[in-house]
Design a protein around this ligand. Sequence first.
Ligand code: COA
Length: 332
Amino acid sequence: MTKHSAVLTGLGAWLPPRVVDNDELARRLDTSEEWIRTRTGIRARHIADPETSTVDMAVRAGENALRSAGCDVVDALVLATTTPDQLCPASAPQVASGLGLSGIAAVDVNAVCSGFVYALATAAGLIAGEIADRVMVVGSDAFSRLCDPDDRTTVPIFGDGAGAVVLRVGLADEPGAFGPFDLHSEGEHADLLMVPAGGAKQRTSDDPHEHFVTMHGTAVFRHACARMTESARTVLDRAGMSLGEVDRFVGHQANIRILQATAKRLGLGEERLVVNIGHTGNTSAASIPLALADGCEEGSIQPGHRVLMTAFGAGLTWGSTVLTWPDVKPAR
Ligand code: COA
């Protein structure tokens, strides 16, 4: 068998120490602890202090992933983020440099909450194309920075954090080898979740709200359930797997009701869902690796489990991949 598959060999996580619970938000916003918990499944989220940036969080998660993988170097780094430290340049080179890996290939991928799956696919392509033997994939987002602090419709949902994995070249049939990917986008729905100002089209706006994320929550919710269901089915079909063979479903942690509705449509029992949104909120590109780390530490994800990962995000973007969980322990 050709040795050009991407194999997961390390997993790292990092969450900012400051925890903001629903009660704290209910004291300053027109909301309640119960509304947030029952409508989203979120009880608390980690928020980065002003001195901690997306690059800082990515470096910490990356260091942990290298420790988990038992290696010091990679050939390339793909950073999934929607909150780069600057609009220009990309943040990935600064992450590589922060890891002591200056000189390696480093690039940002922005697919918002689907970013981690897109970045995994990019990394798998670098390995399959014999461009790199070891690639780090980091999902890091300080999404709280994009939320209007007075907006009760977005502040409760988003949290900050970073997760990272190390992929190495290996065999398609070994544990940890990524199976097929399924990736999609629909730019005609870009306005459903958008930060209107601050990009090159509209550098600044007199309306300060345009510098924060605006979201049509109900429409996003409906698209998320439909697309995650579709993508999960497609990737399993490509992998020649049935839903009955899926041990754990690690979906993007946007809202527990989206995960439950998707699982129901797929006919997956809730015992197969990995859910950590209660203490993280929606951490955008960091969501899937943080859920993987929590799932492993809680014993919900075990070596040999067939793990289906499905993400959905602004763009719109969505995608899935699947792998058999290797004997990898997360590091924090
Ligand atoms: N506290 C109290 N009430 C709130 C509230 C809050 N934090 N946020 C919204 N509401 C109100 C709304 O104003 C609305 O009031 P109205 O009926 O008087 O107009 C009511 O609650 C219901 O709002 P609605 O948006 O229909 O609620 P919902 O059940 O759809 O839940 C979301 C709202 C945002 C939690 C849900 O739509 C969602 O999770 N969407 C997906 C968001 C997402 O995942 N984004 C990231 C994509 S990767």
